[in-house]
Design a protein around this ligand. Structure first.
Ligand code: C5J
Length: 224
């Protein structure tokens, strides 16, 4: 067991029944010309999460933890994209349209791929999801059950959208979630701050919040 210094109180967890889930660190969200930019966002704001994610991946891999990388995106024929999602957005470019990194938010296109800094290693789970939550219309619950996972370390983007949706889904399914505060990021610093507060408020209504230094030092102690 390890103990992680966290809000609202320290959390003890077993790395053997814990997984690291890195959410949507894709070119479409972090690089110019993708989905995030299409919605009018300053994509450079998400880059603060890259180094903390790298540090988490390094210690989780050394500790032998299950590592999962998610990607948001749709089939090329858009058959898995709800019309209401396709209709939304600012400006003339929409999901499925051609952008500088290929068709926006479409599986197999350059923009849908992971950023090179956080590319999965062979054998790590890559989970394609059509929505914001990682459990919606995916086999994540089955993968976690098969590995006996009960706790999730959650990193990635964006804090208040796909990270929050995944944590809420996981919490309702009985998982303990630790959101790693500097390994998640948002296009909106205020949303980021409030989203983190919402996780740990009310005695940890959705889970715990810890920074990557606290998580890495706890995991390093057992990996040593
Ligand atoms: C968004 C995500 N923001 N990965 N997706 O649309 O948070």
């Amino acid at each position: 067991m390890i103990e992680i210094t966290a809000k609202p109180y320290p959390l003890r967890l077993d790395p053997a029944s814990s997984a690291l889930i890195v959410i949507d660190m894709q070119r479409d969200f972090l690089e110019p010309g993708g989905f995030g930019a299409m919605l009018g966002n300053d994509v450079s704001l998400l880059r603060s999460a890259i180094v903390p994610c790298q540090r988490l991946l390094e210690v989780a891999r050394k500790a032998g933890m299950l590592v999962i990388h998610t990607r948001e995106g749709h089939r090329p024929d858009l058959s898995d994209a709800p019309p209401a999602k396709l209709a939304r957005g600012k400006g003339p470019t929409r999901i499925g349209d051609l952008g500088p990194m290929g068709r926006i938010l479409i599986r197999g296109e350059p923009g849908h791929d992971f950023i090179p800094e956080l590319y999965p290693l062979p054998g790590e789970v890559v989970l394609d999801k059509p929505g914001k939550g990682s459990f919606c219309q995916t086999d994540l619950a089955l993968i976690l059950a098969n590995r006996g996972i009960r706790s999730l370390l959650v990193a990635g983007v964006t804090t208040e959208v796909c990270v929050h949706t995944t944590v809420r889904e996981a919490n309702d399914r009985g998982f303990e979630c630790v959101v790693v505060s500097d390994a998640v990021a948002s296009y909106f610093p205020e949303f980021h701050r409030v989203a983190l507060d919402m996780i740990s408020a009310q005695g940890g209504i959705f889970g715990w919040v810890a920074d990557s230094t606290a998580v890495c030092s706890a995991l390093t102690r057992i990996a040593a």
